[in-house]
Design a binder for this molecule. Structure first.
Ligand code: HEC
Length: 182
């Protein structure tokens, strides 16, 4: 090996080392993180379920549930219920299907229908099916009761839910007072 050869090797080693330094410098510059002062998107704090007072605290834009129920259309609600009838019956003493019979479900204790095997999440949720809880549940079942086995995405439109709840009210619970229409 002559001197020239050695020089070439030394040069290669040095060059390599230099390249490594340069690359890590460039990488540092390229990815040097800068953080915006605020979140780029607002994080929506959803009602995590719990009692009905928590659900009622979540103020939504638009008319209140009471106002929507006061002018709800039962016939429309019955039509909306078609989305539910694959899994639920409504007549008194009706069978449980994939979901429990829903006769007189308004004000019924949650997870209390005889002969239906509810999820642990539904059983441990507690309380009765108030107007507010039905509304919150039907909006997004899995948000209201995390772990429910009701596979239903939810009804986004507040007036669809009000019509539907008004229809559910006709199933043996017509006398349940409507919430105040603020
Ligand atoms: C794919 C089947 C399915 C569909 C569609 C469905 N449900 Fe359910 N529903 C269930 C199941 C299953 C449960 C029991 C959930 C649990 O135990 O977690 C349930 C539970 C319920 C409960 C609680 C009843 C109780 O006894 O505590 C209500 C109220 C309810 N559903 C209403 C509705 C309404 C109204 C619709 C239509 C908008 C609907 N469901 C659509 C399957 C369904």
């Amino acid at each position: 090996m002559d001197n020239f050869e050695l020089n070439k090797i030394a040069g290669a080693v040095l060059g390599g080392a230099l390249a490594v330094v340069a690359i890590s410098e460039i990488a540092n510059i390229a990815v040097s993180p800068t953080f915006p002062e605020q979140n780029a998107y607002a994080i929506e704090v959803a009602s995590t379920g719990g009692d009905s007072s928590a659900a009622a605290e979540v103020k939504e834009e638009g008319p209140s549930l009471g106002a929507l129920l006061a002018s709800a259309d039962v016939a429309k609600g019955e039509k909306v219920f078609k989305k539910c009838s694959a899994c639920h019956t409504t007549e008194e003493g009706g069978a449980n299907k994939i979901g429990p019979n829903l006769y007189a479900v308004l004000d019924r204790a949650k997870a209390s229908h005889a002969g239906f095997s509810y999820s642990d999440a539904m059983v441990s949720h507690g309380g009765t099916w108030t107007y507010e809880d039905l509304d919150a549940f039907l909006k997004k079942p899995k948000d209201f009761i995390n772990g429910t086995k009701m596979s239903f995405a939810g009804l986004k439109k507040a007036d669809d839910r009000a019509d539907l709840i008004a229809y559910l009210r006709t199933l043996g619970t017509e006398s349940t007072p409507l919430p105040a229409a603020e």
